[in-house]
Design a binder for this molecule. Structure first.
Ligand code: FDA
Length: 306
């Protein structure tokens, strides 16, 4: 039952018509719990509040289904504007983005040019940009683009590796030459068993292995999870292997386990919250619902209240 619901929600997350409707009607159905508003100023306000609690952030201007050069240009401008606003306001936040927002499906060269504009701006500010990882079809193009950017922009750019993919262990080894800053996650998309572990226990094992390998290699890891087993395991592994606190951080999504976020920050760990904003919230919101049926119950309640 749970897996049927998950599949249905992931399927719906890709529905263009629903996405268009959602954009028109604004943040609804409890999406406010996971999305920090539609404007950059609302998002910066949220980051300020997090910073006051000792938590840093990564801002994501939500954007999916980019189908034209003009839309990719608008997304690029939104990323540049977000970097400007981070700098202007002095909040402690970097930027996360998706390559399809910048036109990856239209042309890898267009996407590369847009990424260069964004990374030029981020370097000028001494900030950092993380490329989120999308579905399997975009995995290899994202890795290739990251390698090209990494040579020119060094530590200004980082990538994400998904534990559910069989290929990720080999990818981690391949990327190791760059000593990259990687966000490690379980993986949020619906992938077939030909490319991804179908069993949760295998995903969890792969996740732990990637975290240990990346840390043991001496590289920076952003461990992005709400799973206490993984968090505790990372803390114990780092302590046992004398891995300094400056070599890793924890990341969680805005609206999920805020109390745990505070606890980790208070215990001295770098805690970064992923803060999405913008009117293109539909796909992101549906993936969050797919991750946890309890969230669906929450949404149903908020639908009937409004
Ligand atoms: P999982 O969903 O397996 O949950 C494990 C346990 O965590 C639960 O059993 C429960 O104990 C606890 N838990 C989870 N949610 C809870 C809640 N709401 N309240 C209380 N307890 C809860 N994916 C991707 O494919 N590409 C990407 O670029 C990113 N980027 C990204 C950034 C950040 C900052 C995060 C946190 C996550 C991503 N993801 C992602 C999503 C990721 O792949 C994954 O889908 C989600 O994080 C859910 O997996 P968890 O590791 O949280 O564990």
């Amino acid at each position: 039952m749970e897996s049927m619901m998950r599949n249905a929600l992931l399927y719906l997350s890709k529905n263009r018509m629903a996405n268009r409707t959602a954009k028109k009607y604004g943040l609804r159905f409890g999406a406010k719990r996971f999305v920090a508003g539609e404007s950059v100023s609302e998002a910066i306000g949220t980051v300020k509040r997090l910073n006051e609690q000792g938590i840093v952030a990564t801002l994501d201007h939500l954007g999916e289904f980019v189908g034209t050069v003009e839309e990719a240009e608008l997304s690029t401008e939104a990323c540049l504007h977000t970097l400007d606003e981070i700098e202007r306001s002095g909040v402690r936040s970097n930027l996360s983005l998706k390559l399809t927002q910048l036109g990856l499906d239209l042309s890898p060269e267009l996407c590369l040019a847009n990424m260069r504009r964004i990374l030029d701006r981020a370097s000028a500010y001494g900030n950092f940009v993380r490329i989120d990882m999308e579905d399997y079809a975009h995995n290899e193009p994202a890795i290739e683009l990251f390698c090209r950017l990494r040579e020119r922009y060094g530590d200004t750019v980082g990538l994400v590796i998904q534990a559910y993919l069989y290929k990720s262990e080999a990818d981690l080894a391949r990327l190791s030459v760059y000593a990259p800053n990687l966000r490690l996650v379980k993986g949020a998309y619906k992938e077939p068993p030909e490319v991804a572990y179908p069993d949760k226990a295998d995903v969890d094992r792969s996740f732990i292995k990637l975290i240990e390998t990346h840390l043991a290699n001496g590289h920076y890891a952003a461990v992005a999870t709400h799973d206490d087993n993984v968090i505790e395991h990372t803390i114990a592994f780092a302590a046992r292997n004398r891995i300094p606190l400056s070599q890793f951080e924890f990341q969680m999504l805005y609206g999920i386990r805020p109390q745990r976020q505070l606890e980790l920050a208070s215990a001295g760990y770098t805690m970064r919250v992923y803060v999405p904003f913008g009117n293109d919230w539909y796909g992101y919101f549906m993936r969050r619902l797919a991750e946890r049926p309890a969230n669906v119950a929450f949404v149903m309640k908020s639908m009937f209240k409004s």
